[in-house]
Design a protein around this ligand. Structure first.
Ligand code: GLU
Ligand code: MG
Length: 436
């Protein structure tokens, strides 16, 4: 039973921000059946507030926000902080008759997963790791017990909240950067994993606010400091649920289909970043020697790779095939998790179904490849305008989107660029941190 007086029905926009409408809890059953109203133009709201000029939507048009019952999440009342309980649902944006709206980010991911399954028989398991900055604590050392303790009772309360909400927290750690922490969740089917990423950020922010702290998810709050990455872990299963990425006989132990999937991500990487790292300041983080991404390459256990083949362990009878996964490191929390995972699935599917000429077997760089050997790997876009140009030039990537979604995304991104135009890096990072 929830003690919530209100039920918030939410979606997540093109900058990873959660927006929606509340209804009285007495209307919950109705809303689950019929949804609540929503407006297409909301997709054009930038993270700084205004609707971007040049989006595909104007003052007309109506949608429904149709909650998915499986996403029900309760935030218990917190009388000490003066906050009542809240029940939260994530919703699909649908047409008035309930048919999918092609510009809905959650629908984009679901459609990509359906197409992957129909074309290849494969499904995706995923998990999102989030780094963030907790402002309002004393200075502490990286990975230290002191930092962990300084964040109490926030840390323990967060684990309890996530656990009760069914998000399945795995690791809670004091990270390397000043005031930085990381929370990881256990793997789940791809839609659930992306739903949990949307919810996680809101639960972290809400709890921090109730504890007198501020949680910041900006990609690089201070250009001289550490980045807040979102690392997306992926694995593939066949129709019987058997893992298909692992093949010890092949380079990096990455199976043939795994290599094709990776080839798709590598080929479209420059366009993908326009969705997975969509803030102008995302590109301050995506530079070498930050353990974010040093270039477009696939490597065993290298934290500078775009795609990292993660370690497996036989400890405790661990099964390698089930642990084996790829980690995409060029995402941050200014991205919408449904779209970020959706574009990775689309690119992977292009690799699996495209020709070997277009998607050649990628080099799997060994763990001990040194920097001089990696000097010639392609670079990621150095700026958001470069990423947007790469997206527009990549006709395969453009074909994944409804034209209105693509137009609106480009308009939002250009408006955010204009908004930060003329500022130096530190000021751009500060402005971004204010809204993320
Ligand atoms: N903070 C790094 C990033 O921006 C990641 C460090 C790590 O490997 O956890 O992605
Ligand atoms: Mg980390």
């Amino acid at each position: 039973m929830s003690d919530a007086a209100t039920v918030f029905v939410a979606t997540c926009d093109l900058s990873g921000q959660v927006r929606g409408r509340a209804v009285p809890h007495t209307d919950e059953e109705d809303v689950l059946r019929t949804g609540t109203g929503w407006v297409p133009a909301n997709l054009g709201i930038t993270s700084f507030g205004p609707i971007a000029p040049g989006t595909a939507f104007g003052s007309t048009g109506d949608l429904r926000l149709l909650p998915d019952e499986a996403t029900r999440t309760d935030i218990p009342a917190d009388p000490d902080a003066g906050k009542p309980g809240l029940r939260l649902y994530l919703a699909d944006q649908t047409r008035l008759d309930g048919e999918p709206w092609a510009c809905c980010p959650r629908t984009f991911l679901r459609t990509a997963l359906d197409e992957l399954r129909e074309t290849t028989g494969l499904s995706v398991t995923a998990s999102f790791e989030h780094e963030f900055t907790l402002e309002g604590l004393p200075a502490t050392r990286p990975f230290s017990l002191q930092r962990l303790r300084a964040a109490e009772p926030f840390g323990s309360d967060l684990l309890a909240l996530l656990d009760a909400a069914g998000l399945r927290p795995e690791n809670w750690l004091p990270e390397y950067g000043d005031d930085q922490f990381e929370i990881t969740l256990r793997p789940a089917d791809a839609l659930t994993a992306a739903d949990r990423a949307v919810l996680l950020r809101e639960l972290v922010r809400d709890l921090a606010g109730r504890r007198g702290l501020r949680a910041g998810f900006a990609p690089l709050p201070d250009p001289a400091g550490s980045g807040n990455g979102v690392h997306i872990h992926l694995s593939l299963q066949d129709a019987d649920g058997r893992p298909v990425l692992h093949d010890p006989a092949r380079p990096g132990s990455l199976s043939a289909p795994g290599a094709r999937f990776a080839a798709g991500i590598l080929r479209h990487a420059r366009a993908l970043t326009a969705w997975t790292a969509p803030s102008p300041t995302s590109y301050l983080r995506l530079t070498p020697h930050r353990w974010s991404v040093g270039g477009v390459f696939l490597a065993e256990r290298n934290r500078e790779a775009l795609l990292r083949i993660c370690p497996t362990s036989r400890l405790g009878g661990g099964e390698q095939g089930r642990q084996f996964n790829l980690e995409y490191r060029a995402a941050d929390a200014t991205a919408n998790p449904w779209l970020a995972l959706g574009v990775l699935v689309r690119a992977g599917l292009a690799g699996l179904s495209g020709s070997a000429a277009d998607y050649p077997q990628p080099v799997v760089w060994p763990e001990n490849a040194d920097e001089s050997e990696l000097a010639d790997v392609p670079a990621l876009p150095g700026t958001l305008p470069e990423a947007l140009q790469a997206l527009e030039a990549d006709k395969v990537a453009c074909s994944w989107f409804d034209p209105d979604l693509l137009t609106t995304h480009l308009a939002v991104r250009h408006h955010e660029l204009d908004r930060l135009d003329g500022l130096d890096d530190a000021a751009r990072a500060r402005e971004t941190a204010r809204v993320h």
